[in-house]
Design a protein around this ligand. Structure first.
Ligand code: LLP
Length: 414
């Protein structure tokens, strides 16, 4: 479900024609539909309503302040992974009692910051981290609530870089060590072991790895006699990027809810991509069309891997569509950016209407892990983020300027 549709061959975001936004703001830019964002939150809430979960939106997928504020205002909490995300979470007014904090590498200053803000739970990823949190809490004369992130050793079918729940990955703690932690809880006098956390990976399009992991966790709970107050079942729900269809929230819920309905735990979900992925697009303009001697055609566009890294990093597929459909014959193009790397592309071998310089393309499904993974590589300013909100397209984050590129830097030669 999303709000990017053609009307009379023109791509619209809700009721706004994308070419009108191009005219006003130039390209490239990210464009989000707030209605879609909130619609996705509602869909998850509805699918899992029987469990009445706390939905902590995973900020790493999109930490745009406007969108995060809107989610928080609709009752969501936030899943954070750094002191920077904590800072942004508080900026958007997220109540600390709705913030959970994962990451294998929380530094002592980040831990102190989160203790001082009284967040709901740390999701602890190792014994040394637990010791660090305990000692930080002791120094601050506090008792801190934590969940232990278990690594259930389940390998979902997704890109290797985004699986997290298989045994050889750096995330979470094996069952045996988790049991030892709970058995020795008195060692950690300034920590309350309040729950368990499990997150097995991202862009998982089939419900079965979720239930497989959960069954393992529940068997572990029963066998070990641990009584968690909170059970955080993570995120990872996949979305449609192209012709392949991902499971619906309702299908995933159908696999999970029956396992949990008779359990007394308070449930947390941490979706990121499901909420944001199809709520945003990247709009880019064709600069040149170049044909090499073998006849291969490149459409060189004004957005590159610094704006949207997913195709280059994961060979991820994103649909690419014209912003204005014309009655033209089609051709096959590699859609590439201006960056000086052969891996800089947005899509390969795409059949599109015969492209002409100056026309715009939309890279679909760019709302999650798009802007948050953007960089200034090749000294390219990051693009604007525009949100359609209340029937208007408004700039939620302006495009960077060349001045932004040298912010914080000085020439220190004598
Ligand atoms: N919870 C934890 C502990 C996570 O590590 C993640 C994602 C999430 C929740 C949210 O997962 P989601 O619902 O968005 O799948 N950059 C990659 C994705 C990395 C995901 C990292 N962790 C990409 O562009 O596909």
């Amino acid at each position: 479900m999303h709000e990017f549709n053609y009307r009379k061959n023109i791509l619209y975001c809700e009721d706004i024609a994308v070419p009108d936004i191009v005219k006003e703001h130039g390209t490239p830019f990210y464009l989000y539909s707030l209605k879609t964002v909130l619609g996705h939150l509602e869909r998850i809430k509805e699918a899992f309503s029987e469990l009445d979960p706390l939905i902590c939106f995973s900020m790493k997928s999109n930490s745009n302040l406007t969108l995060c504020r809107a989610l928080v205002s609709s009752g969501a909490g936030l899943d954070i992974v750094s002191g920077g995300e904590l800072y942004k979470a508080l900026k958007v007014g997220c109540p600390p009692e709705r913030i959970v904090y994962a990451s294998v590498g929380k530094t002592v200053s980040e831990i102190r910051q989160a203790i001082n803000e009284e967040i709901l739970l740390f999701n602890v990823e190792s014994v040394p981290e637990l010791i660090m949190i305990d000692s930080a809490a002791k120094k601050l004369k506090r008792k801190v609530d934590v969940a232990i992130r278990v690594n259930p050793d389940v390998t979902p079918e997704t890109h290797d870089y985004i699986t997290t729940g298989s045994g050889e990955k750096k995330f979470g703690i094996d069952f045996k060590t988790v049991e030892e932690i709970f058995d020795n809880s008195n060692k950690y006098s300034h920590v309350s072991l309040k729950g368990l956390h499990v997150h097995i990976g991202s862009q998982i399009t089939d419900p079965s790895p979720f239930s497989e992991a959960l069954v393992k966790v529940l068997e572990f709970i029963d066998k070990s006699g641990i009584e968690p107050e909170w059970l955080n079942i993570g995120g990872g729900f996949g979305i449609d990027y192209g012709p392949e269809r991902a499971a619906e929230a309702a299908d995933i819920a159908a696999a999970i809810v029956p396992l949990l309905r008779d359990r007394p735990y308070k449930i947390i979900l941490e979706p990121g991509r499901f909420i944001m992925g199809n709520s945003g697009i990247l709009v880019t303009k064709v600069i040149y069309v170049k044909t090499n001697p073998s006849g291969k055609k490149f459409a060189i566009v004004d957005a590159g891997m610094n704006d949207l890294l997913r195709p280059s990093l994961y060979r991820a597929y994103h649909d690419i569509v014209p912003v204005s459909q014309r009655d033209a014959s089609s051709d096959i193009y590699d859609i590439v950016g201006p960056i000086c790397e052969s891996g800089d592309y947005l899509g390969l071998k795409r059949e599109l209407q015969e492209l002409i310089p100056g026309e715009c393309l939309a890279v679909m499904g760019a709302g999650a892990y798009g802007f948050t993974m953007a960089s200034n590589y090749n000294s390219r300013p990051k693009p604007a983020e525009i949100v359609v909100i209340g029937g208007q397209a408004r700039v939620a984050r302006r495009a960077e300027t060349h001045r932004d590129l040298i912010r914080g830097e000085k020439i220190i030669l004598p």
